[in-house]
Design a protein around this ligand. Structure first.
Ligand SMILES: NC(=O)c1ccc[n+]([C@@H]2O[C@H](COP(=O)([O-])OP(=O)(O)OC[C@H]3O[C@@H](n4cnc5c(N)ncnc54)[C@H](OP(=O)(O)O)[C@@H]3O)[C@@H](O)[C@H]2O)c1
Length: 253
């Protein structure tokens, strides 16, 4: 049974691994035995996460890259593969939420959000698919949101990107599952990260959100460990094109 979740010998690339959800997922994959390339722009944060993984005997390497330049994604894929060999598992966790009222949205803020949250997950995945296909095995894990299916105030652009990532996940599954590459998305509820800092600074809002869950609390990053390892492993062999809510039952109510 343990081998179902064993990632020994697998290579993972996690974007957004310098903080928050992506960093937690990188740790979880490393604990399950994967060699993990941690990608983000902030070198210090990447290096300290790598040190944390190496401290428990895991294998990890930092990759300090700005993903906003789509033209560089082929190079990013090569740099990732240079660390431990070709990538078997991609987690697309890099993301931005600018929280703008509708009137303040600009073409620039639209492009920035849709580029990082939606275009990069596709174009980066497409660079990595040939090597996964050569092994007839791969995993793509996207990060969706409550806003993949719900509209929140000041969330128009972010919601458009996260609605898009849900459908992108299904479309990736349609395109690549037959080659052995499963694509799924995790849709987190509210978790304490830099991205949700504005929410976590508002105790009333936080309390209201926790009461909207069935479990009665907001998320803790460790709540994402199980689903991450499950979706990255052979335990999820026959699951693809799914959006799995990890939200304490928020969307069930
Ligand atoms: N927190 C939640 O409750 C929640 C709920 C639903 C969905 N999500 C999603 O979870 C994902 C992770 O967010 P988070 O909550 O963990 O927030 P976070 O701590 O702010 O993480 C965002 C990550 O994206 C990276 N990033 C941003 N711009 C980048 C760029 N141009 N190039 C490379 N990396 C870039 C950041 O690294 P650098 O700054 O070092 O580049 C950081 O590691 C996002 O897709 C977010 O939409 C979060």
């Amino acid at each position: 049974m343990k081998s179902l979740f064993d990632l020994t010998g697998k290579v993972a690339l996690v974007t957004g691994a310098s903080s928050g959800i992506g960093q937690r997922q990188a740790l979880a994959l490393a604990q399950a035995g994967a060699s993990v390339v941690l990608l983000g722009r902030r070198k210090e944060q990447l290096n300290s996460a790598v040190a944390e993984i190496e401290a428990f005997g895991g294998k990890a390497a930092p990759l300090a890259v700005d993903l906003s330049d789509r033209e560089q994604l082929a190079e990013v894929a090569n740099l990732a593969a240079d660390q431990f060999g070709s990538v078997d598992i991609l987690i697309n966790a890099a993301g931005v939420n600018l929280r703008q009222p509708v009137e303040e949205i600009t073409l620039q803020s639209w492009d920035e959000t849709l580029n990082l949250n939606l275009a990069v997950p596709f174009f980066l995945a497409r660079e990595l698919v040939p090597a996964m296909q050569a092994k007839a095995w791969g995993r793509i894990i996207n990060i969706a949101s409550l806003q993949s299916s719900r509209a929140f105030a000041n969330g128009l652009v972010y919601g458009a990107s996260k609605g898009g990532i849900a459908q992108l996940t299904r479309a990736m599954a349609e395109a690549w599952s037959v080659k052995g590459i499963n694509s799924n998305a995790i849709a987190p509820g509210f978790f304490p990260t830099g991205l949700t800092a504005p929410v976590y600074q508002n105790p009333d809002m936080l309390d209201k959100l926790s009461k909207q869950t069935a479990i009665g609390r907001n998320g803790e990053l460790s709540d994402l460990d199980g689903i991450t390892v499950f979706l990255a492993s052979t335990a999820s062999n026959y699951i693809t094109g799914q959006i799995i809510h990890v939200d304490g039952g928020f969307t069930a109510k």
